[in-house]
Design a protein around this ligand. Structure first.
Ligand code: ADP
Ligand code: MG
Ligand code: ZN
Length: 614
């Protein structure tokens, strides 16, 4: 956001550097000749070595430059403070000498005063002036800007969030609820401290771009009525060494002075990438910045009233150190909105727009699965622009439709428009997975089922509750997981006249698991307790190419037969289970088409009383 300014300060730095180098060269020229001393000159003179003398003198002040020729090739220079004294010394020599030396005395023009005195002074002063100028320009006033503030000069650190609150953030109900606790703490830290409660220090907002992470952080500060200090990870990237770390230090110092408050580090992945994996230059700088950040986060106490929030869309590349307890130990997932969320977002952004009565926000919400808040905001904005260009007083469904094509099929293809047909297919597919998760005893229970496309390219997902810490994977559980994987395709087969390519990932997963059962875990009688797995992790892709398998054709086909029989068996069993739950399959798919995302409770209600596994 401040790239313009940063370019300028780089130019200043270059100018300062150039001037300093100029000064060094200049002074080297002026002062480095100290090697040849006046006393050496007198000795040389006595010894008869001197062949010629030139004195460049400045008349007003009797100082000057003495140029001494020693033989043909050697010339030395000495600065003398008193030319008259030099002339006396030479005269003294001449009285005794056989061959007189007549020094050539030259008057030096006046502007040499400029060269000898004023120029060096200017060279010293200009850089200082420039540094002051840069500091004042960046610090945004702050009369007493000192050298220590240099690192601060780039971004505005504290942002006005007075008119922000949770009502500005549409949808994201669960996310807001999770942050409610933080808000309450910031509003009333004493209440928590009294009870000895330990409030999290860091909250990491994670989700695809444009889903409202920055918005949510600002709203948290606004809701709590505390100052909002912010810095973006990408700001650090272009900084020169040491500045990033010093900015982090300043930021925390400033925050401590203003607690309770929120520090928000946007795009934290830019600084907090896994250490030691940086490519090329600049990565030392990043590490320093990250280290400083960790030091600062460890440095303040639990209940100092500072909450550090950070946002990222790449949690996978973050340095694990950042996620340790006492740092960003709270994670809030900010996902793409479901239909209801999209409607709320549209309503927020439609507030200040003149909408025609034929615009049905519900309808727009329904057909924009996969759109983020930013996409929806963009959609309405594009439509307004189109309406304005047509000199309309208000925008109609016609402009919305046009904008939809522009945004949805736009350059980046970020947001896909999902057809009703695709949504129905995905709904049945995911419902198939979900039912098996629920019915089979060792897997599940279902946490969320969704037909909202993920960033990673899947059309939907079914997520079980996080696994318990179990030491062993059992044969039974592995078989059940294979069955769950096949559930999506089975549902498609049962409901639709055709099958889709959507199950390819599922099939790959089921095959890999079945293969591991045969070649690695000795789960089949026919092949026994022998490891046929050559331990390279991509054995399933690489084995046949590498010709490195330690067994013959016969065993290979036996393995293939076993794998197929496992998958076939699972398929049969899974299909039977789904067939027994057709009612729930339809109900679940219907609910998914309508709501796009359903939670554990809603899902389990489809089965009547929840089944409690023993
Ligand atoms: P992120 O930080 O996750 O990339 P932002 O918070 O910067 O996304 O959101 C960009 C813009 O999208 C916001 O300024 C806002 O106009 C719009 N937006 C995103 N999510 C929402 C939401 N839940 N409610 C209202 N507007 C939203
Ligand atoms: Mg953002
Ligand atoms: Zn699937």
């Amino acid at each position: 956001m401040n790239t313009g300014k940063s370019k300028f300060s780089r130019i200043y730095v270059l100018i300062v550097a150039a001037l300093l180098i100029g000064l060094m060269i200049y002074s080297a020229d002026n002062f480095n000749q100290g090697k040849y001393k006046y006393s050496t000159f007198l000795k040389d003179l006595k010894a008869g070595k001197v062949t010629e003398i030139t004195i460049r003198q400045n008349k007003e002040v009797p100082t000057g430059k003495l140029v001494v020729e020693l033989g043909k090739k050697k010339t030395e220079t000495v600065y003398v403070s008193d030319v008259n004294k030099v002339l006396e010394d030479i005269e003294q020599y001449n009285e005794k000498a056989e061959k007189r030396i007549e020094p050539a005395v030259m008057d030096v023009s006046r502007d040499s005063v400029f060269v000898t005195t004023i120029l060096p002074a200017l060279l010293m002063i200009i850089p200082i002036l420039i540094i002051f100028f840069v500091m004042n320009a960046g610090a945004g006033g702050g009369g007493g800007a000192k050298m220590a503030n240099f690192g601060k000069s780039r971004a505005k650190m504290v942002i006005e969030v007075k008119n922000m609150d949770f009502t500005k953030v549409a949808g994201l109900q669960e996310e807001k609820e999770e942050l409610e606790e933080i808000v309450d703490f910031l509003k009333n830290p004493k209440k928590y401290i009294q009870l000895g409660a330990r409030i999290p220090k860091g909250v990491l907002l994670e989700g695809p771009p444009g889903t409202g992470k920055t918005l949510l952080a600002k709203a948290t500060a606004g809701e709590a009525g505390v100052p909002f200090f912010t810095i973006s990870g990408s700001d650090f990237v272009e900084m020169f060494v040491g500045v990033g770390a010093s900015r982090v230090r300043d930021l925390f110092m400033e925050a401590k002075r203003n607690s309770p408050c929120i520090i928000f580090i946007d795009e934290i992945d830019a600084v907090a990438r896994r250490r030691g994996t940086g490519m090329g230059g600049g990565h030392d700088e990043r590490e320093q910045t990250l280290n400083q950040l960790l030091v600062e986060m460890d440095g303040f106490g639990v209940n100092e009233g500072i909450i550090v929030m950070a946002a990222t869309n790449r949690v996978d590349i973050l340095d694990p150190a950042i996620l340790r307890p006492g740092r960003f130990d709270r994670k809030v997932l900010v996902g793409r909105p479901d239909v209801k969320g999209r409607l709320e977002i549209l309503e927020v952004h439609a507030k200040n727009k003149a909408l025609g009565d034929d615009v049905k926000l519900e309808e727009i919400a329904r057909i924009t699965a996969g759109f983020t808040g930013a996409d929806l905001e963009n959609l309405l904005n594009e439509a307004s622009i189109l309406a304005a260009r047509k000199n309309k007083q208000f925008l109609t469904q016609e402009e919305i439709n046009e904008a939809m094509i522009k945004v949805g099929v736009g350059k980046e293809k970020r947001s896909k428009i999902i057809s009703e047909k695709d949504k129905r297919i995905t709904a049945y597919h995911e419902a198939g997975h979900a039912i098996l998760f629920h019915v089979l005893p060792d897997v599940g229970p279902v946490h969320t089922v969704s037909v909202i496309p993920t960033g990673a390219g899947a059309a939907g997902y079914t997520m079980p509750l996080p696994e318990k810490d179990e030491m062993f994977m059992t044969k039974g559980k592995m078989l059940q997981e294979i069955m769950v994987s096949l559930g999506g395709r089975i549902a498609e087969e049962l409901i639709l006249d055709d099958v889709t390519t959507g199950a390819s990932q599922d099939i790959k997963q089921a095959t890999a698991a079945a293969k591991a059962m045969v070649t690695k875990y000795g789960f089949t009688e026919n092949l026994g307790l022998i490891n046929y797995n050559d331990e390279s992790d991509d054995v399933f892709i690489g084995r046949d190419l590498a010709h490195s398998r330690g067994y013959g054709e016969e065993t290979a086909s036996a393995i293939d037969r076993e794998v197929k029989s496992i998958v076939d068996g699972c398929y049969k069993q899974a299909k039977q289970i789904v067939e027994e739950h057709m009612e729930q399959l339809h109900a679940c798919a219907k609910l998914l088409i309508e709501k796009e995302k359903i939670g554990q409770q809603e899902f389990e209600e489809l089965f009547g009383t929840p089944v409690m596994p023993a």
